[in-house]
Design a protein around this ligand. Structure first.
Ligand SMILES: [Zn+2]
Length: 414
């Protein structure tokens, strides 16, 4: 009897792939003609429903099905992709959201208990200007206007000019914040983009939040010296200090949880016949728990001083970037878990390594949760990104149950 047709979602995702992809993958890069074409397609799918449609000041598209209460359930996703991207990243969330709007509209004869809004965020990927979560961070108020004003693409075009071309006034983008006025819950479905659910052989998981990040450059300073004439006990070897410290830093993630990555290492003078004078490594540490992230950072920092002292070199730290963990709402996580168990028997709770628009909405104070569906190969941002069709159908079913539970949750509080 349910009006929900998960197979239709899969068919529509294939339709979108044919419309906006090529042999190299999805090409829906934000603010390009292909992205606009994909958005027109989305418009054509939703417009038969009794919804109000508008773009906000940051270029996010809102589809609103009015309900008995002004309080809103928000369902979010992003039509934009990276260049040569996968066929599901971002658009699965939106296309599944369309199916859920259809079901809700049919079940409640156009008048659900609460207002339901589907949002297509503008430029989640940041592929062109190197800054992710544009539309959602403008909406949450977190967008750094000075930084964004100076962003330039590879052709030398400034972000404000690119926005002007698609009818957006950069200086007003934060006006989009008013869209969150009656937001009572935000839910987002996404492919996992990693291997956790695949390794557990589970189709779906409830997301606990997005990791906080500490990103630093660590510079060791020693002394260049001839590799033949300098005895081992007289050296100030900056590389040796960095190298000895690295396994210790990795062991901190085993101890406290989270993940850490030494992503680059450069040495000077960097020639085969000299002891290394300067060694610079970058460290990226991530954790869902703010206090544990702090432990990861300070333990690494303290250890670096010890390793430097042992090698008779100096060490200094420079912060490159930082973001706080964004834990999701406990009650919504429980509802998400329940929806998954009712759909496929078993659920799993996991944090998200990548950031998502949901992190911005959560930061704006709206109770938020995400649902992940398994990624084959554990890979995304690549044309080989894929998910089994049976899992895609399951995720639409489970996500629809979550939408229903979240609506009732909002209505009960109203
Ligand atoms: Zn995405």
């Amino acid at each position: 009897m349910s009006a929900l047709k998960p197979k239709r979602t899969v068919a529509e995702l294939k339709e979108l792939r044919a419309l906006s992809g090529d042999d190299n993958g999805a090409q829906r890069v934000a603010f390009t003609p292909t992205w606009l074409k994909a958005r027109e397609w989305l418009h054509s799918k939703v417009s038969p429903l009794p919804v109000e449609i508008h773009n906000d000041a940051a270029g996010n598209t809102w589809f609103t099905l009015r309900g008995e209460s002004e309080k809103c359930l928000l369902i979010g996703g992003h039509m934009d992709s990276v260049p040569n991207g996968g066929w599901l990243d971002g658009c699965l969330n939106v296309v599944a959201g369309v199916e859920i709007l259809r079901r809700i509209n049919a079940q409640y004869n156009g008048m659900p208990p609460v207002t339901v809004r589907l949002v297509d965020w503008a430029d989640e990927e940041g592929a062109r200007f190197g800054k992710s979560l544009f539309g959602s961070s403008a909406c949450s108020g977190n967008l750094d206007m000075n930084e964004a004003r100076g962003l330039v693409d590879k052709q030398g075009i400034k972000l404000p000019d690119a926005l002007k071309n698609v009818g957006i006034d950069f200086e007003r983008v934060k006006d989009s914040g008013k869209e969150l006025q009656n937001a009572a819950a935000y839910i987002e479905l996404h492919i996992e983009q990693g291997p956790v659910l695949l390794d557990l052989d589970l189709p779906l998981g409830a997301v606990l939040g997005t990791f906080g990040v500490e990103r630093h450059a660590i510079a060791f300073h020693g002394q260049a010296a001839h590799s033949g004439s300098t005895p081992m006990n007289r050296r100030k070897d900056a590389f040796l200090a960095a190298a000895k410290m690295s396994p210790f830093i990795y062991s901190l993630a085993e101890q406290h949880g989270g993940v850490c990555t030494i992503g680059s290492c450069t040495t000077k003078p960097g020639i085969v016949t000299s002891v290394v004078e300067d060694c610079r490594i970058t460290l990226d540490q991530r954790h869902l728990d703010a206090s544990k992230l702090e432990r990861l950072y300070w333990d690494a920092r303290d250890a670096s001083e010890q390793f430097a002292e042992d090698a008779n070199v100096e060490v200094s730290w420079e912060r490159l970037w930082q973001i706080a963990p964004r834990p999701f709402n406990g009650e919504l996580i429980a509802l998400c878990d329940e929806s998954i168990r009712e759909t496929c028997g078993q659920s799993h709770r996991l944090p998200s390594g990548p950031l998502h628009d949901a992190a911005e909405v959560a930061a704006a104070g709206v109770p938020t949760v995400m649902m992940f569906v398994q990624s084959l190969h554990g890979i995304s941002h690549n044309k080989i990104e894929d998910t089994k069709e049976e899992h895609l159908e399951l995720c639409v079913t489970a996500f629809d149950k979550l939408a229903e539970k979240a609506m009732r949750w909002i209505a009960a509080k109203d």
